[in-house]
Design a protein around this ligand. Structure first.
Ligand code: HPA
Length: 241
């Protein structure tokens, strides 16, 4: 039983989807998994295990931002031996080519977080990247379903409300497609513990145009993305696609 996930050993599947919102974790488990049971309610950060196409899968809320999410990523990797982690969430678009409701798959994550500066003594600018096979699998699954997506770099920001929109603008000119708040920590910790990680996001708001999605829009596009993430998570497993 880890400090922040009150689950006994063996209660969490090796393949885990990670929404930030614990109520989204509940919704995913109830909507897409067979025989889902809740293994943790610590701090209301729900976790569930069930089966998708016969393969055990867990869904764990992570909270918002890298300090919160890193606690759950760390405990899943270190205390529960999780090997595949797929974050599903939302992002703000930074470039004109990426539009509201579209899907962004994060191939890599820049960050303004100090976590990796501390980790590498401020000497190395570590490049957190997605697991290539998982990335390729998710892209193939989305293509097979006719879901258009963008593959590229995101910014994992510490602050949702920024004082530096000028930096977001500049990052856009360097090919950073969108901003969210967790992926640099996810990819770094997964690499450290030899696990596979991927982030799949839907665009909930556009920082260049100021547009935002409605709650119904978010639910619909979120559902499509979750189905791609679940199919990618179980691909190659016995009973998986
Ligand atoms: N900033 C950071 N994270 C986000 C945003 C944003 O604008 N939109 C959705 N997640």
């Amino acid at each position: 039983m880890s400090t922040h996930i009150g689950a006994p050993a063996g209660a969490i599947a090796p393949r885990v989807l990670l929404p930030g919102d614990p109520l989204r974790a509940k919704w995913i488990a109830e909507t897409f998994l067979e025989d889902a049971t809740c293994y943790s309610t610590v701090r209301n950060m729900y976790g569930f295990t069930g089966r998708y196409r016969g393969v055990p899968v867990s869904i764990q809320g992570s909270g918002m931002g890298m300090p919160s999410a890193s606690i759950y990523y760390h405990e899943l990797l270190v205390d529960y031996g999780v090997t595949t982690l797929i974050r599903v969430g939302t992002c703000g678009a930074l470039v004109d080519e990426v539009q509201l409701r579209e899907v962004v798959v994060a191939s890599a994550a820049s960050t303004d977080s100090a976590m990796n500066r501390i980790r590498f003594d401020g000497v190395i600018d570590y490049a957190p990247v997605a697991d290539f096979e998982l990335l390729r699998t998710a892209v193939d699954i989305a293509a097979g379903r006719g879901i258009p997506l963008h593959v590229g770099q995101v910014l994992a920001a510490d602050a949702f409300y920024t004082d530096r929109p000028d930096l977001y603008e500049r990052l856009g000119t360097y090919g950073v497609l969108a901003v969210e708040m967790e992926t640099a920590a996810l990819y770094t910790l997964a690499a450290r513990h030899r696990a596979r990680a991927l982030t799949i996001l839907t665009v909930s708001d556009h920082l260049r145009t100021g547009e935002r999605t409605s709650a119904e829009d978010r639910q619909q596009t979120f559902a499509e993305m979750v189905e791609v993430a679940l199919a990618a998570a179980v691909a190659g497993a016995d009973g998986g696609a």
